[in-house]
Design a binder for this molecule. Structure first.
Ligand SMILES: Cc1cc2nc3c(=O)[nH]c(=O)nc-3n(C[C@H](O)[C@H](O)[C@H](O)COP(=O)(O)OP(=O)(O)OC[C@H]3O[C@@H](n4cnc5c(N)ncnc54)[C@H](O)[C@@H]3O)c2cc1C
Ligand SMILES: NC(=O)c1ccc[n+]([C@@H]2O[C@H](COP(=O)([O-])OP(=O)(O)OC[C@H]3O[C@@H](n4cnc5c(N)ncnc54)[C@H](O)[C@@H]3O)[C@@H](O)[C@H]2O)c1
Length: 453
């Protein structure tokens, strides 16, 4: 006999937790199924603890900027308080009781175990069968994607989980992948004294973003002593004694005491029973309609949808699904103004399309660029003022379709531009508004003045 519930949510990461909590709050009988920790990747091994590491590294970097501007400092970097904060404040020593209680206090039912679809509206968890009257939500997130480099599967490499749980900064660290995880963690560990080497297959860092941002970041990381190998492919990995060796295509051998693999993440649908509802378990992502419906009575939220592996995307989609289940009116999903922030120093904020994406769409593109050090605030800021604003205009319509804001607080500066892209504020209107002096976001006004074909 199957136990009857209103909704089953498989995976209680940021997406699943939000939709399950919202539906339980609304009085539905909701079963949340979680195989590991309620809260998912973000609070325990991803966003939150990594940002604590970055905050600590940024404090060190700011202290190193004191000479010439504010006196002198004596600095003794120590990873111990970073590890302690991650253990005690971020993750409760990787214990999810608070998050589990938050859900069950709303009336939610929590099943600890691995959920598996057993036909439409049916979910099995460790031999128990549940039937969901309204439907099922898939929110099972993503896993690190490990590239098929010979030897890699035989060595004890780190993923983000090991890096986040590190009790000390390694003497030396090899990082495979110069995307968001790679650059954020490379800089954080580097600032605590690890000798860091980053190997990125593409020609620049954070290759999904504007090349100007990748170039800016590469210059800064190099100045901080990080060895960057872009356009480089690993052909072999070895682990001898306590040393990892990554061999590149040209024969170069790179070594490190730890090896972090940060070459992307992807959904893992194996064992989820997607075939029992007519979906392909080998798919990269679940295809959905604008209200995140993947099949009748089956919704998808978060990393599994492939719209951007970000906590804010998971929560945005969760809210749309909650409305759909409750029959509340509201718009479907719209990713035109999808914001991203890479939390390096300088932060790289970005929204909407890059110039390349806009051109590939066949838009009539104009771009404008301004540099943070040339702005009044950038000049005042001095040490640590590297950055830029780049705007991408659809000149045919006279609206911005994308923007990048790299610099101090770059992620915060991006917000106004996200509003402009989302609301399609005419560029002419943006040109004639008042920008507070001397803010970093005044660079937007300079970039608007620079818009050209
Ligand atoms: C190092 C790092 C830093 C990041 N930093 C940021 C950041 O600063 N900002 C940002 O927006 N994003 C960041 N991200 C991305 C962010 O963590 C993810 O996009 C987000 O966690 C996705 O949420 P989700 O709910 O889709 O899935 P997840 O958080 O992956 O949660 C899915 C949950 O489902 C569970 N599960 C899986 N299969 C089953 C099953 N069959 N049965 C039961 N449970 C199951 C898993 O155990 C997991 O708890 C970062 C990621 C990493 C790795
Ligand atoms: N600040 C944030 O919001 C934040 C931070 C970290 C992670 N995330 C999310 O998590 C996702 C996963 O992060 P990620 O950094 O692993 O993925 P990513 O896709 O951002 O970057 C992976 C990088 O690895 C490179 N690569 C792939 N195979 C390689 C190989 N064999 N050798 C060398 N380089 C290789 C890719 O070219 C790419 O630049 C991100 O896409 C992002 O959505 C977000």
């Amino acid at each position: 006999m199957a136990e009857q519930v209103d909704v089953v949510v498989i995976g209680m990461g940021p997406g699943g937790e939000h939709v399950a909590g919202r539906l339980a709050d609304a009085g539905l009988r909701v079963l949340g199924v979680e195989a590991e920790l309620v809260g998912g990747e973000c609070p325990y091994w991803a966003c939150v603890p990594s940002k604590m590491m970055i905050r600590a590294g940024n404090l060190l970097a700011e202290a190193r900027r004191v000479p010439g501007m504010a006196g002198s400092v004596q600095l003794t970097p120590d990873w111990a308080p970073v590890a302690a904060r991650i253990r005690d404040e971020a993750t409760d020593d990787w214990n999810d009781q608070v998050a589990a209680d938050r859900f069950t206090d709303k009336g939610g039912l929590l099943a600890r175990g691995r959920g598996r679809l057993a036909g439409p509206g049916r979910v099995e968890v460790d031999g128990e069968l549940y039937e969901a009257r309204h439907g099922v939500v898939i929110a099972t997130g993503s896993k690190p994607q490990i590239p098929p480099v010979p030897g890699l599967d035989a060595v004890p490499y780190w993923t983000n989980r090991d890096a986040i749980a590190a009790k000390e900064a390694p003497d030396s660290l090899l990082v495979l992948g110069g995307g968001a995880i790679g650059v954020e963690l490379a800089q954080a560990f580097g600032r605590f004294g690890s000798r860091v080497t980053v190997v990125e297959a593409m020609d620049g860092l954070v290759p999904a973003e504007e090349p100007e941002a990748g170039e800016l970041l590469a210059g800064i990381l190099r100045d901080e002593g990080i060895d960057l190998r872009t356009g480089a492919r690993a052909t072999q990995v070895r682990h001898e004694g306590d040393v990892f060796t990554v061999v590149l295509e040209d024969g170069t051998e790179l070594t490190g005491h730890q090896l972090l693999v940060a070459t992307g993440r992807r959904a893992d649908f194996s064992g989820l029973g997607l075939e029992t509802v007519g979906l392909d378990p080998a798919a990269k992502a679940l295809k959905t309609d604008r209200h995140l419906l993947a099949a009748p009575g089956l919704w998808a939220v978060g990393d599994v949808t492939g719209h951007g592996a970000f906590t804010h995307v998971a929560m945005y989609e969760a809210e749309i699904v909650a409305r759909a289940v409750l029959g509340e009116p509201g718009p479907g999903s719209d990713y035109r103004a999808l914001p991203r922030v890479t939390f390096t120093d300088p932060e790289i904020g970005a929204v909407g399309l890059t110039e390349r994406q806009a051109r590939e769409k066949g838009l009539q593109v104009r771009t404008g660029l301004s540099k943070v050090p040339s702005s009044a605030r950038g000049w005042i800021h001095k040490a640590g003022n590297d950055g830029l604003v780049k705007l991408v205009e659809d000149a045919g319509r006279g609206v911005l379709v994308g923007a990048t804001t790299a610099g101090p607080m770059g992620g915060e500066v991006m917000y106004g531009l996200a509003v402009a892209v989302q609301a399609e504020v005419p560029v002419e209107a943006l040109r004639h508004m008042i920008y507070a002096y001397p803010t970093f976001h005044r660079g937007v006004e300079d970039a608007l003045a620079d818009l050209r074909h």
